[in-house]
Design a binder for this molecule. Sequence first.
Ligand code: COA
Length: 334
Amino acid sequence: MTIRAVVSSTGRYFPGRKVLNSHFYDDLGLETTEDWIVSRTGIRSRYYVDRDAGEATAAMATHAARQCLERAGLEPSDVDGILIATVTPDHSFPSTACLVQDSLGARGAFGWDTSAACSGFLFTLAQAASLVKSGMARRLLVVGSDTMSSILDFTDRQTCIIFGDGAGCFLVEAADDDAPGGELLDFVMHVDGSGGESLKMPAGGSRRPASAETVAQGLHFVHQDGRTVFKHAVKRMGEVIEELLARNGLTSDDIGLFIPHQANQRIILACSKRFKIPMERVMLTLEHWANTTAATLPTALDLALEQGRVQRGDYVVFATFGAGYTWGASLLRW
Ligand code: COA
């Protein structure tokens, strides 16, 4: 019998500190304006963790996972594993998954982290689908959680404005034919490491360990060539959606909701135009939450479900692009 892998519950968490665009020009004195940020990105606010209170990636992931489990009526000990997508782990090791397993009290669960930047959640969801469909696991928590505020250079006006912190979680389970939820039908995934220079954190890893010099030069922050990333994001996301639809014999008319990675509203508009899907069927969350890297897709679906934007029988398409380069798309059916 074929085992189906289904998203049966979701959860999200945003930290308490809401940061408006005015923070950058009024408080930090950056040469930018409300009009520039809104017209060039679509972003009006984002949330940041309270670092003084020790809040970071694992704590946000734990909140999102708890909400997801509570909605499913399950205990943490009911899950077989915890898979986390992040580029801002609390530590290089132990993994964020280990910290979350402990803070949830998910006795008996295995877990690991995946690093694929903004594509991290989609790639991790593919791992979860494979584990469930192969029979190796029956019930998994899949979390995208990133504390981007911990790696931003708040003197770099092009970069610091576009990111926020947050976490989103899916419960992925083996399910019967008529079980409610979103069946994970297909994934297309790509990487192209030749794009690595356009978006990276240059130091703090094994090639250039953190030192007084690397910190003084700000090499432990996100560095990006925004214009180059923008062009690749539009092209690659467009291509991968076409690839996903073609191999499933679908067109944009068949898609109930398109949930793209939330980096820049202009990237989303360009992709949606190429994909020929009207904006009423496109999920936009970046106005309030900005780009939360691995958390954009699960938080967006969580909100879409809350708003009743996904009905039984609907196809949902995720598409993403991020540092690496990494990009991909996936198809779900409710
Ligand atoms: N406020 C005011 N002006 C700004 C600014 C800001 N916050 N940031 C950049 N500018 C200026 C630039 O210095 C440049 O000025 P110049 O023409 O005098 O040199 C001008 O605006 C245009 O810069 P450009 O880099 O072409 O802007 P843009 O329209 O491409 O927007 C990004 C910059 C970063 C918002 C946009 O490129 C982007 O979103 N790229 C994708 C980034 C991304 O997705 N990263 C994460 C990947 S998941």
